[in-house]
Design a protein around this ligand. Sequence first.
Ligand code: F6P
Length: 341
Amino acid sequence: MRIGVLTGGGDCPGLNAVIRAVVRKGEKEYGYEFVGFKDGWRGPLEGLTMKLDVAATRGILPRGGTILGSSRTNPFKIDGGVEKIKENLAKMGVDALIAIGGEDTLGVATKLDSLGVKVIGVPKTIDNDLNNTDYTFGFDTSVNIAVEAIDRLHTTAESHHRALIVEVMGRHAGWIALHAGIAGGASCILIPEVKFSVDQVCKWVESRFEQSYAPIIVIAEGAIPQDGDMITKDQTLDAFGHVKLSGIGEWLASQIEAKTGKEARTSVLGHIQRGGSPTAFDRVLATRFGLQAITAAHEGDWGKMVALHGTNIERVPLASATAKLKTVDPARYKEAEIFFG
Ligand code: F6P
């Protein structure tokens, strides 16, 4: 069998570990050949390929990013896009695809599956918001990056008696903020799922100063104030209809300064959370996902996504991954509230 592999959407640490595991087991155990499709769905759409064999995947396990490149190309937004993909796969003798991606990439994979393309999905996103898997790889790495930043910000916040705000990624799900905030001992955590009151945040800031500590506020980029809207960078949309976020941290800092008279500054972690080497947890999870994905292809179990349930790697219908977003349960958020203020 000849299998095409692609990585789509925002990159995330662990993508290369999946590619390596797929190719290693596929070549060694099943004798399959691989085609690396470059830059997400743009690869099969425009016939952009690279050599993908065991030799090409040596040394990539600890490397961040993806050797295949990525993009947010949506073939369903391009005239004749799906036909072009089918035509290119047939021309190159590619029998099936392994698509590694988040809600957008796997959404496309789900539609292609229903149109007869043989496809297996592998869930990735630092946001951890894909349904039907306990965790996605990349999440643990980005939480660790955010925690390291919070640890560093504590000491400078104390020295200057400032409120420091850390803006982390997370459009609709506050998993990174919640986990990094708990692990980093934040004075409050603000997530998209629960609208926040600026006055309440100011009370927590003041009470933290009263205890002679400087407050650290962890806020997800998609967090929304009770009497306001999500803050976007501009109005442009990508091919999947997403706006660019960021700015809520700065906005909150100005509110805190105006309402408490305390100095407040913001650090936006941005793409630092997506870069660099994956943690050991993510390397293991990504490797196990890759091994299960190629086994699923070998067994002809098309239209499935590999998923983590407890400690087991299982297969679930691709469509279930994107049926809804896995957001933070209010009860999970409540657990953290005892540490606020
Ligand atoms: O989906 C992953 C993610 O990192 C989000 O957390 C973030 O909102 C978005 O991608 C940023 O996308 P881009 O890199 O295209 O600006």
